[in-house]
Design a protein around this ligand. Structure first.
Ligand code: SF4
Ligand code: SF4
Length: 102
């Protein structure tokens, strides 16, 4: 895994990103109507670790999320899941690919 320390900084600029609160309980995965297995817990972990490649590899899932907040409403840790997904989208839309290729 190639760690990109600038990736998390870029995410924070893109909006609220409080994925550190996640306790990896799996509630979000169980409740997601789309069955987005990657979202949010695994994807957030990749982002927090600076694993840009794995996050970029899940672009389809990031943009598939309905932002319905069913996961968020039941998250025991109070993670702002939808806002985190929005932050990921913002970074992808701003071309983090270019940032990371530098
Ligand atoms: S429900 Fe909340 S605490 Fe549990 S895995 Fe999902 S984001 Fe993390
Ligand atoms: S907000 Fe996204 S990840 Fe959460 S339950 Fe809805 S579709 Fe799934």
């Amino acid at each position: 895994m190639k760690v990109d320390t600038g990736f998390l900084d870029a995410l924070k600029l893109g909006g609220e990103f409080d994925a550190r609160l996640c306790i990896n309980c799996g509630t979000c995965t169980a409740l997601c109507p789309l069955g987005l297995e990657i979202l949010p817990r695994r994807l957030f972990r990749h982002a927090l670790l600076g694993d840009r490649e794995r996050v970029l590899g899940e672009t389809d899932a990031i943009f598939s999320c309905l932002l319905c907040r069913l996961c968020e409403a039941n998250c025991p840790a109070g993670v702002h899941i939808a806002e985190n997904v929005r932050a990921l989208r913002a970074v992808l839309n701003q071309g983090v690919q270019g940032l990371a290729e530098a």
